[in-house]
Design a protein around this ligand. Sequence first.
Ligand code: MN
Length: 130
Amino acid sequence: MTDSPLILVVEDNLANQLLACIVLEREGYRVDVANTSAEALERLDACTPDLILMDVQLPGQGGLDLACQLKADPATAAIPIVAHTAHAMAGDKEAALAAGCEGYIAKPIDTRTFAGQVARFLSPGRRQLA
Ligand code: MN
């Protein structure tokens, strides 16, 4: 028996944090939360999540900048990063992919589909959803 997949939610908005945690934990994921890029780096020193859900708009270092940094570091490069942003603008997806993110999920969170959207970006052996 292996541990449930661990998702690191990097998000400064408390309501979004809470909703993401509720939906993901309901599906059996373990969830860790960081409010800022600095906190995310601290968490990544302590654990290796199966996926990072990355808010793009963070105070201080932005989420896409942090994604670039993590993808340039051999210790974290293999962790899938999914950008999460309210800016449903043309070009956002491209910016996320250019930063090295594996994918992109638009806000707001749809509680019916969010866990499935996240699962698509987990390695097949780590998907909580069939
Ligand atoms: Mn934000």
